[in-house]
Design a protein around this ligand. Structure first.
Ligand code: DC
Length: 238
């Protein structure tokens, strides 16, 4: 529209200055990715947010997400843009900041179905690669090391025992009047359901060459420190 050329989409071979952080919900990857990006002064890319924004677009359009042709048309027509400053990250849909809306229960309930559609993934992976750029990005998701950026210099698979993952998620959701035990139980059920749905549609695979890091007994600071060291010793980060 404006005559400003769209930034070209980097190819996988361009995406070397990348820390790929994959893992299940509650593994700590969002918190760690943001901190590593801040430490390296690299971009922070939350790929799950693109699937959530696409889901919000489908909800707003009032379509049935099982109608894949309609879903793809909505996703193709949506302007989804990630903000990648680790201190001020977020996501815009058609120019509107929807960083909060995409965390709501309607989106969370439907995002597995949307992210299961291969043509939708293809569209959103292009958005993700443009957000990564070529100068350094810490990227969190489920298929970063295997699909989005297979040439990433650093690949880490974060995991934690399920009870710890539930506790971390519940801690993020502390609500007045609801006991932490009740929240943990609710979150454990929700995580198990979503893990099961995600693994039917888009199985998590550990990439060859990825370092498997169990964070059950580690603090956020310790995990961040390990990942920053890996990036520096790979010779790609300042
Ligand atoms: O990390 P999250 O909860 O915001 O992810 C939202 C959904 O998107 C989740 O159900 C799995 C899916 N997802 C995906 O399929 N591939 C990614 N790279 C990131 C997220």
């Amino acid at each position: 529209v404006s005559g400003v050329p769209a930034p070209s989409t980097p190819t996988p071979a361009d995406l070397v200055r990348v820390v790929a952080l994959d893992g299940p919900a509650g593994s700590g990857k969002t918190t760690v990715a943001r901190r590593v990006a801040a430490a390296l002064r690299w971009r922070f890319v939350d790929t799950g947010a693109t699937y959530r924004a696409a889901t919000l677009a489908a909800l707003r359009a009032g379509i049935d997400v099982q109608d894949h042709a309609a879903l793809l048309a909505v996703v193709r027509g949506a302007d989804i843009e990630l903000r990648t400053d680790p201190a001020a990250s977020g996501i815009c849909l058609d120019g509107e900041d929807v960083s909060t809306q995409i965390r709501g229960p309607e989106v969370t309930g439907l995002v597995s179905a949307v992210s299961a559609v291969p043509a939708v993934r293809e569209q959103l992976i292009a958005v993700q690669r443009r957000a990564m750029g070529r100068d350094g990005a810490v990227v969190e998701g489920r298929d970063i090391a295997t699909v989005v950026a297979p040439h990433a210099a650093v690949k880490v698979y974060l995991d934690a025992e399920e009870s710890v993952r539930s506790r971390r998620r519940a801690g993020e959701l502390v609500t007045p009047g609801v006991s932490l035990e009740d929240l943990e139980a609710a979150v454990a059920t929700a995580i198990a359901t979503r893990d099961a749905l995600d693994s039917q549609t888009n199985p998590l695979r550990v990439s060859d060459g990825a370092i498997h890091l169990d964070t059950t007994e580690l603090s956020v600071e310790q995990v961040t420190d390990v990942v920053v060291r890996l990036a520096r010793s790979a010779g790609v980060a300042p």
